[in-house]
Design a protein around this ligand. Structure first.
Ligand code: ZN
Ligand code: ZN
Length: 227
């Protein structure tokens, strides 16, 4: 239980969140913003940066930050365009920083360190290191919701058979998310489920990957199913 306490203790006030589906792979981006200062972060900018920036403009926001859950191309395809147009600093786990540097040479990188709070105006989120889909997979926890990238989907979880994937690490990462308060809203990296968001409580009941009783059971299920 100490893990739950440390993951949520003293979280800053949560940014407002706007979820936007982009591209042809059902990717979700989020705009997180402080309603007081109008500073904003964009999670996993890709495919439709112009559309994301039109929404930013409509909400009268200023993008200061890009938050990267992991560096598969469908999540970072728009980092270069976003950085060029906004000068946003890019938060990414150090184990995947090279991939951002290759994709967006002019970017200023900030390390996503486990447990560290990242300010968005007077609001903020906390980086949670959640490897398993990739080596530096990171979720971003706010007070009341969590951005889960390709770790946890509504009714599913990310694959572990790509380069850098690891089924045992994925199991540990999912267990960590499962210990978050049950009412925590889940914002996944893709629109693969029956609904666009969910809650930890719902996933504990309905997600067969979270319902596994052991790593062995999870391994059988995860490594058999390729979707
Ligand atoms: Zn991925
Ligand atoms: Zn993805």
């Amino acid at each position: 239980m100490s893990t739950q306490r440390s993951d949520t203790a003293g979280l800053p006030p949560a940014p407002e969140v706007v979820q936007i589906e982009v591209g042809l792979l059902q990717n979700f981006c989020e705009i997180l913003y402080c309603p007081d200062t109008r500073e904003a972060a964009i999670v996993d900018p890709a495919w439709e940066v112009d559309r994301l920036l039109r929404e930013v403009e409509r909400l009268r926001l200023r993008v200061t930050t890009a938050l990267i859950t992991h560096t598969h191309n469908d999540h970072i395809e728009g980092v270069d365009a976003l950085v060029r147009q906004t000068g946003a600093a890019v938060v990414v786990h150090p184990r995947e920083a090279d991939r951002v540097r290759a994709a967006a040479r002019t970017s200023t990188l900030v390390d996503a360190i486990d447990g560290q709070d990242l300010a968005i105006g007077r609001r903020g989120v906390r980086a949670l290191e959640t490897p398993g889909h990739t080596v530096g997979g990171t979720c971003y926890l706010a007070d009341g919701y969590v951005i889960t990238g390709d770790v946890l989907f509504v009714g599913g979880c990310g694959r572990t058979d790509f380069a850098g994937g690891d089924t045992a690490q994925m199991w540990n990462s999912l267990q960590r998310l499962a210990r978050l308060p049950e009412e925590t809203r889940v914002y996944p990296g893709h629109n693969y489920g029956d609904t666009e968001t969910s809650t930890i409580a719902h996933e504990l009941r309905e997600n067969r990957f979270l319902r596994c009783a052991s790593l062995d059971e999870f391994r059988l299920l995860r490594e058999r199913k390729r979707a």
